[in-house]
Design a protein around this ligand. Structure first.
Ligand SMILES: Cc1ncc(COP(=O)(O)O)c(C=O)c1O
Length: 391
């Protein structure tokens, strides 16, 4: 049988982490004891109250729906808990038709373009940026127009760079703050500009808040939906993954413009069957107790952030102190021709430490690398010691 992959699959760049995993496996096979600092997947467990609620709900024999297709047995309280959370956390009032539960945000981010893009359309995505914006757009047969994020501009996009053609063809514009991979944060003023730009050009603003709760030292990430009138043009993606150490649970939500929400829901209805009801019920517990659950987790990441920054700065690095995300974004040191792959390969070979080369997030990520803080303190300490020796 000849089985040829579809054009759309062939068009995708190699999945960044798949490549990283392959290179680490090869190094391990050669006998290198590899410490990976590559992937943003929280190491510490989901908080007890959330786990307890999952177990209770799974064991609840009075709930005959607990094992069924989640789409058919939605946890009625979850949309209400989402609305309540958004009101408390962001000062944003949501109606129920502005809320859709998702299976994490990666899945929903990949699905949104299928609802609104046709071949020939454009989506605008930040670069460096999270690869799934482009992947969803490519699967929808449309194209990504990348908008560079530059250090000199605080890693905020400059909408003036977008040509009349792009403004006309674009149907979706992705923004993501706190930002992966650059760790940059934005203020409410940025969202005011983004909403105004999207309204003017009839573009759906898609705001990815995957890291909105992973913030430090009093910085509180705003929501684009807090801008007056934003719900006319904006859909926002929130995930419980990084906020509550729930990456494997696959639960999040999208909120905002009701037509955008309905379009996403329609794609979901056609391709998935929703999330397990006990997971939906546990998500209610997480959202209801958000602040108390999140603060201790952020204290852990802040401690690790400072530990890594101290080592890098001790080695002569100039690195920004992130106010959000689970990462450190640092420039490639001298001696590697500015190549993030050369540097990451050197670290892997010489120190057995795997970091993510910035080029994997787009060409403006070249010259940088990313360290993830989702590893235990002793692993980070060992990695920093090895790095110090190898450089
Ligand atoms: C910027 C950004 N958005 C979305 C996601 C998706 O997270 P999840 O699907 O676990 O909600 C990630 C995961 O790393 C991310 O970095």
């Amino acid at each position: 049988m000849t089985l040829e992959r579809s054009n759309r699959l062939q068009k995708l760049p190699p999945y960044l982490f798949a490549d990283l995993r392959r290179r680490m496996a090869a190094a391990r096979e050669r006998g290198v004891d590899v410490i990976t600092l590559g992937i943003g997947d929280p190491d510490s467990p989901t908080p007890d109250p959330v786990v307890d609620e999952l177990v209770r709900a799974m064991r609840d024999e009075t709930d005959g729906n607990r094992h069924r297709y989640g789409c058919d047995v939605p946890a009625e309280g979850l949309p209400l808990a989402i609305a309540d959370f958004y009101q408390r956390r962001f000062g944003v009032t949501l109606n129920l038709d502005q809320i859709v539960v998702t299976m994490g945000s990666k899945d929903a981010i990949a699905k949104l373009p299928m609802a609104f893009l046709n071949p020939g359309d454009l989506a605008i995505a930040p670069e460096p940026g999270y690869p799934t914006y482009n992947i969803g757009t490519t699967f929808a047969g449309a194209h990504t127009h990348y908008l560079p994020l530059r250090a000199a501009n605080g890693y905020l996009p400059d909408f003036d760079e977008l040509s009349a053609h792009v403004r006309q063809q674009a149907k979706i514009m992705w923004v993501n703050y706190p930002n992966n991979p650059t760790t940059a944060v934005c203020d409410a003023e940025f969202y005011r500009r983004a909403v105004a730009f999207c309204r003017q050009n009839n573009i759906l603003l898609a705001s990815d808040l995957a890291y909105s709760e992973n913030t430090f030292e009093g910085y509180v990430a705003p929501s684009a939906l807090a801008v007056e009138g934003a719900a006319e043009t904006t859909i926002e993606f929130f995930s419980l993954s990084k906020a509550f150490n729930m990456t494997g649970w696959r639960v999040g939500f999208a909120v905002g413009n009701s037509e955008a929400v309905a379009g996403l829901r329609s794609v979901q209805e056609n391709v998935d069957n929703g999330q397990l009801r006990p997971i939906q019920l546990a998500a209610i517990t997480a959202l209801a107790r958000a602040q108390a659950l999140i603060d201790p987790l952020n204290a852990i990441y802040q401690r690790r952030r400072d530990l890594v920054l101290e080592t890098l700065r001790g080695l002569g690095w100039t690195v920004d102190t992130p106010r959000g995300t689970l990462y450190i974004w640092a420039p490639v040191p001298d001696g590697f021709d500015g190549s993030s792959v050369k540097f990451a390969t050197h670290l892997l070979e010489q120190a057995g430490v795997a970091v993510t080369p910035g080029i994997g997030y787009g060409e403006h990520g070249e010259g940088y690398f990313r360290i993830s803080l989702t590893y235990p303190d002793d692993v980070l300490v060992a990695a920093m010691e090895r790095m110090a020796r190898a450089l």
